[in-house]
Design a protein around this ligand. Structure first.
Ligand code: PLP
Length: 405
């Protein structure tokens, strides 16, 4: 028989969200009367707003006409790539530096192919799981103590370092995943922090994969929405982004990756050329219906709808955060991100998850699922219908009854 890819054995047993779903199913089976509310996953809940939705409908309608029909679009519609450059990057990138994808997660997985097995990888700890699991799958080599993973170094981001890692730990000539606004902590890096990150990456030859999937949640005008606001970043970073959390496209599937022409490997070859090659080889482009929706989202009316939708989720985040703070629970996030990161000192986060489910019938996400530094934290997601979020907040009031060590 054929052998199994040995990298598969290095993936942590049970990806975080399937494990949460399993525990939720078990609880529901044992308590059929319970009305469970989820503040757990990062899946959007609200309908796509009318202007953007019309763009999707029109995109589908066009496909039924001789003049409007289109087939493969490879690296994406030129008009969409140009519009992304204008809206998000003040026009500084050429269309051939912007690659349209079927979502940020898919690109994060594919990006590993640029660097291959043996790459030294570091992630923020805690971090979005695909950075680690994608790296493990490609065979990132070397063993970093204490993580259970091969080749992945966890850089702790805790209250003590204001959720920003020690940059002396960046892997020289390696890869570093950085997410801001951050999932799961909900914190957003300042301009000073990102400048320090870029400077350290330039010095060490580290490539930064900057995940800006939540950039449209930033309300503080002093906070950078893109790594490319920082001088020097085009020589050491690429950036992934998405319409998922801004326009509600989690199910539609549309994102993009910026790979600057200046970004080169040790041998001087352009990363951009390889990314183009990889996209052409294993990805045939995003859905043209989704791209029509994306174009509508970036028109003036669509951008207003993005603001409206993200304002709505930020309103949920405020309610959750205020509820937790009233209970004396220390938390961060929720102001420029749809996640609240709540600390339960000295407690195991899966235990707290179970207690919240038992006591409040609310699903949350145990921080330990995002990395060792997430232990004793719980992530609350602001994606939910308002009445359910309000009811969840009311029920979270029962948390005070949980004995704290
Ligand atoms: N990046 C981060 C940090 C996320 O939290 C998520 C989804 O939860 C994604 C990327 C995935 O985005 P997409 O839906 O575009 O694949």
């Amino acid at each position: 028989m054929i052998s199994r890819n040995p990298c598969l054995a290095n993936i942590k047993a049970g990806y975080l969200f399937p494990e949460i779903a399993k525990r939720r199913r078990e609880f529901a089976a044992a308590h059929p009367e319970a009305k469970i509310i989820s503040l757990g996953v990062g899946n959007t809940t609200e309908p796509i707003l009318p202007h953007i939705n019309r763009g999707l409908v029109e995109g589908a309608r066009q496909l039924g006409t001789v003049t409007g029909y289109s087939g493969y679009s490879d690296e994406g519609l030129l008009s969409l790539r140009e519009r992304i450059s204008q809206v998000f990057y003040r026009g500084r990138f050429k269309a051939d530096e912007i690659f349209i994808s079927d979502g940020a997660k898919c690109d994060i997985g594919r990006l590993q192919l640029l660097f291959g097995a043996g790459t030294k990888v570091a992630v923020q700890d805690p971090s979005y799981p695909v950075y680690v699991d994608g790296s493990v799958l490609i065979g990132a080599a070397g063993t970093w103590a204490g993580t259970g993973y091969q080749g992945i170094r966890y850089l702790p981001c805790t209250a003590e370092n204001r959720y920003f890692p020690d940059l002396s730990l960046l892997p020289p000539n390696g890869l570093f995943y950085f997410c801001s606004p951050n999932n799961p902590t909900g914190t957003t890096a300042t301009r000073e922090q990102l400048s320090a990150l870029v400077n350290a990456a330039l010095q060490k030859g580290t490539v930064i994969v900057f995940d800006a999937a939540y950039s449209e949640y930033i309300r503080d005008p002093a906070l950078p929405k893109s790594i490319f606001e920082i001088p020097g970043a085009t020589s050491c970073a690429l950036e992934v982004n998405s319409f998922s959390k801004s326009a509600g496209f989690t199910g539609v599937r549309l994102g993009w990756t910026v790979v600057p022409q200046e970004l080169v490997y040790a041998g001087g070859e352009k990363v951009n050329a390889d990314w183009s090659r990889i996209c052409g080889t294993i990805f045939n482009g995003a859905s043209n219906i989704a791209q029509a929706g994306g174009l509508a989202a970036l028109e003036t009316e669509g951008l207003k709808e993005i603001q409206e939708l993200t304002d709505f989720y930020l309103g949920n985040a405020r309610l959750i955060r205020a509820t937790l703070q009233n209970l004396g629970i220390s938390c961060v996030g929720g102001d420029n991100a749809p996640y609240i990161w709540a600390q339960f000192p000295g407690r195991d986060s899966w235990d707290v998850f179970a207690e919240i489910l038992e006591t409040c019938q609310v699903v949350s996400t145990p921080g330990a699922g995002f990395g060792p530094a997430g232990q004793s934290f719980i992530r609350f997601s602001a994606f939910g219908h308002r009445p359910e979020v309000e009811e969840a907040c009311e029920r979270l009031g029962r948390l005070a009854k949980i004995p704290m060590r």
